[in-house]
Design a protein around this ligand. Structure first.
Ligand SMILES: [Zn+2]
Length: 403
């Protein structure tokens, strides 16, 4: 028999999970938290505020859960099912020690989902039990102790990978990528067909927006998100459903993708949610400085030696050599510099006002390197200031100050 658990699990969920549990501080905090949670208070709360389901009360839901449990090889688990009243579609999985697993569903979820979608959700929640994700209660660990920022981000980065694994378990149970994706839509906005027409291509293009957003060097809130953003999950489901591994597991033919290739592409978009390293921040700044500097320098038609020298100083040798090589190859260096600048500067737009101003100031210094700032250079600087959301008059102020 195939080991479903090892097969389905997203590889880096497993590897980071092992690393985190090998970390003494994290393991201690996790165990402490699990001990606190294993009391009966959670169950008591549920019994008071929700309805416990048996086979007789809700045969349909019960049979979905039982089928998913067996398909995932969790027949030895005792699963309690609760429904609570809330219009918001939601489900959760909790582990209370021993072989007891508690699944909760909101009434809103049960009302809005069809059979396949419900199978996906149940498979997802039981996936968390299958992979024993409960051993690392992320929020509990963060609340319980003062982890340093690096460890905290690693924990959340693992949590997002754990969701990818759980989604795969859900897909394995429902065997319908379409149902998996429509359940995401319902979970994220409560609606689906006929209000929402889903278009995978278009939805995937939201990942592009995401890459720009999360490339932001200042805002790191996404690094602490426990779940991957929905477009990433949709893309991960789509890729996995095309993989050889999924096809093998579900007896389908003709896969177009190896699971390693699928995983690599998923990792590259998950990276959008990781913090930007300091060296990377520096590289982004150098790039933007180089292209902005080249733009002003070429604005008056030629690159003066003094401007080139200043550009090298501001952007660093590596960026300078690389950028000059590109400029030497093009017929229109001004246009190239301008396009590259607008591209390179995007991650910097989220910086604070003073950082944006000091960035513009550096560009003014490059422009002034040949002792003369003509109208074309001024126009270029004003346009860059505008792009950076800095008052164009700021350029004038610096020039006056430098004179
Ligand atoms: Zn989950």
């Amino acid at each position: 028999m195939v080991d479903i658990k090892e097969k389905i699990r997203f590889r880096s969920d497993r590897s980071i999970y092992d690393e985190l549990l090998a970390d003494k501080t994290i393991k201690t905090l996790a165990d402490k938290r699990l001990k606190e949670a294993s009391g009966d208070s959670y169950r008591r709360g549920l019994l008071g505020h929700s309805l416990r389901i048996t086979e007789k009360i809700a045969p349909d839901l019960y049979s979905h859960v039982a089928a998913a449990r067996d398909k995932l090889g969790l027949s030895d688990k005792k699963i309690e099912i609760y429904i609570y009243s809330s219009p918001e579609p939601n489900a959760s999985c909790a582990f209370l020690g021993g072989d007891d697993v508690i699944l909760t569903f909101s009434s809103g979820l049960l009302q809005s989902m069809d059979h396949d979608e419900l199978n996906f959700v149940v498979g997802h929640e039981l996936g968390h039990a299958l992979f024993e994700h409960y051993a690392l209660p992320t929020h509990g660990i963060l609340e319980a102790g003062n982890l340093d920022a690096g460890d905290a981000m690693k924990l959340m980065s693992w949590s997002r990978r754990a969701e990818i694994s759980a989604d795969r378990a859900g897909l394995f149970v429902c065997e319908s990528p379409k149902a998996a994706i429509s359940s995401f839509l319902k979970l994220s906005c409560g609606l689906s067909h006929p209000v929402i027409e889903f278009d995978l291509e278009e939805y995937s293009s939201q990942i592009q927006d995401l890459s720009e957003l999360s490339n932001s060097v200042e805002d790191t809130s996404h690094c602490y998100s426990s779940h991957p953003f929905n477009p990433i999950r949709v893309m991960a489901i789509d890729l996995y459903s095309k993989s050889d591994e999924y096809h093998e597991l579900t007896g389908k033919q003709n896969s177009s993708l190896s699971v390693d290739d699928a995983d690599e592409r998923i990792h590259s978009v998950l990276k959008y949610m990781e913090p930007v390293a300091d060296e990377e921040k520096q590289a982004i700044q150098s790039q933007a400085l180089f292209w902005g500097g080249a733009w002003v320098a070429f604005a008056d038609g030629h690159l003066a030696d003094s401007e080139a020298e200043n550009l090298r100083q501001q952007a660093g040798d590596e960026m300078y050599e690389q950028g000059m090589a590109q400029l030497n190859e093009t017929a229109n260096p001004l246009e190239l510099a301008r396009t590259q600048f607008n591209e390179a500067v995007r991650p910097l737009l989220s910086m604070g006002a003073s950082d944006r101003c000091s960035f513009i100031q550096k560009l003014v210094v490059v422009a002034r390197a040949d002792q003369n700032v003509d109208d074309s250079e001024l126009d270029a600087l004003a346009e860059m200031a505008k792009t950076m959301k800095v008052e164009p008059s700021f350029v004038q102020q610096i020039l006056m100050f430098l004179d």
